[in-house]
Ligand binder design. Structure first.
Ligand code: HEM
Ligand code: HEM
Length: 134
């Protein structure tokens, strides 16, 4: 598996652990205020990152590009700031709003970079010898 795909799965499982811990905490305390933080930790963290990792595992040539590495750091950076700031916002810290807004926009830029990765032409696809021999 390409290094970047492996890195995405390692990051994704960390967010699943944090997301489920938040879910259990909500269930135990019967305080569902941080539902949005729990949902987005699991969906932007675990689910989306695992999909990104799966894509890079299936497209190893794209995982080697600078755009892919940039995409990982921008997206992961955005989600890493968004998760705790959203949790704090929803548990009664209105001052977190600007941080949630900025980190959400960075996360979105990470998604746009991933669109760039998907639509870019990979080296493997442009090399004639990479085609299966008939
Ligand atoms: C043992 C693991 C989990 C526990 C204990 C848990 C617990 C909870 C709780 C207490 C709520 C709030 C429900 C409400 O107020 O209506 C919730 C909402 C939610 N959870 Fe989890 N959760 C778990 C795992 C997950 C996972 C793995 C995902 C996604 C992959 C997920 C996605 C969601 C979503 C999207 C919502 C919001 C649903 C809505 O808007 O009605 N949860 N969860
Ligand atoms: C930066 C990206 C995103 C932003 C800024 C965002 C923003 C929001 C907002 C403002 C809400 C309404 C929350 C409320 O009414 O309390 C929401 C709800 C929700 N979003 Fe997102 N979202 C993002 C990405 C995603 C993604 C990628 C998924 C799924 C893969 C998703 C799934 C959901 C779900 C299931 C809910 C309802 C759960 C809840 O009650 O909190 N979101 N989102």
């Amino acid at each position: 598996m390409p290094r970047l795909a492996n890195l995405y799965f390692k990051t994704a499982i960390c967010f699943l652990i944090i997301g489920i811990a938040m879910g259990l905490l909500m269930s135990i305390s019967q305080d569902h205020a941080p539902t949005g933080a729990h949902a987005h930790t699991n969906l932007l963290g675990w689910v989306t990152m695992a999909i990104f990792g799966g894509y890079y595992a299936l497209n190893p040539a794209k995982a080697e590009t600078r755009l892919a590495v940039l995409q990982y750091w921008v997206y992961t950076g955005g989600v890493t700031v968004m998760v705790p700031s959203l949790y704090l916002l929803l548990t009664g810290n209105p001052g977190m709003e600007p941080l949630v807004a900025i980190s959400s926009i960075i996360t979105f830029i990470g998604v746009l970079l991933f669109a760039g990765v998907i639509f870019s032409r990979s080296k493997a696809a442009t090399q004639p010898n990479a085609l299966p021999s008939a």
